[in-house]
Design a protein around this ligand. Structure first.
Ligand code: URA
Length: 234
């Protein structure tokens, strides 16, 4: 929302008076005077009028233990969505930082901090995403080498970042990838003529799914977890 409309909404002042107050330098955002009424106020701004606090920034960062069978979407006519698993008052505000497929489970992060979630998901940031998986057929010996060299994803024509495969059993492995392209893990296994039958995300960067969280439960990220992706914003 524009700063002048924000002032108007949160005080008794008219929009004209609000514009004047802004232009006169009486409004500050994150401790800096802002004189442009068009300035975009988000839930991340601390806004003060003549030293009186109108809004304290309200960022939210949650980790959810996503169960299989829930869609990573805000609404869906057919399936239950992960939004049904988070506190009702946050549902309208939060978005998903790195989706999981309907049948995948594990660590899902939700936030209302768009800049932060872009750092979490942008392929250039190379944040490690760690998955535990099972396959339909035994994992062929050459698989780890193919994934380490990068797999060409069509139709994008993009080669995946070198990924690490740790084979844990004939049809079981842990895979670490550094981007989060559409159905990436499943498509990587298709390239080696195999098929993923179950997929569980254990970690994103140094944020590890909390073992205390039962399926469907969520908790706020700690300050340390938040800072591990990007410094928080004032
Ligand atoms: N890769 C996939 O194929 N599915 C997921 O849910 C996550 C990564």
């Amino acid at each position: 929302m524009r700063l002048d409309r924000f002032i108007c909404k949160h005080t008794e002042y008219s929009q004209k008076q609000a514009r004047y107050l802004v232009a006169a330098g009486r409004v500050s955002v994150a401790d800096a005077v802002v004189k442009d009424g068009r300035y975009a106020v988000t839930p991340f701004c601390t806004v003060e009028l003549e030293g009186v606090l109108l809004q304290q920034r309200q960022p939210h960062y949650l980790m959810l233990h996503k169960p299989a069978g829930y869609l990573s979407a805000t609404r869906d006519p057919e399936h239950q969505t992960v939004m049904e698993l988070i506190p009702a008052e946050l549902r309208e505000q939060l978005h998903i930082g790195g989706r999981l497929d309907l049948h995948s489970s594990g660590l899902l992060i939700l936030t209302n901090d768009g800049l932060w979630s872009r750092q979490l998901t942008a392929p250039e940031q190379k944040i490690a995403k760690v998955y535990r998986l099972e396959t339909l057929w035994p994992i062929a010996e050459h698989t780890a080498g193919v994934f380490a060299a990068g797999v060409l994803l069509e139709p994008e024509g993009i080669r995946t970042q070198p990924a690490q495969l740790e084979v844990l059993g004939p049809c079981e492995a842990r895979l670490t990838i550094y981007e989060g392209r559409y159905h990436q893990v499943k498509r990587m296994f298709q390239q080696v003529d195999n098929m993923v039958t179950s997929l569980h995300r254990e970690a994103m960067g140094t944020i590890v799914l909390d073992s205390e969280l039962a399926l469907g439960e969520c908790r706020a990220l700690t300050l340390e977890e938040i800072a591990s992706i990007a410094p928080t914003r004032a």
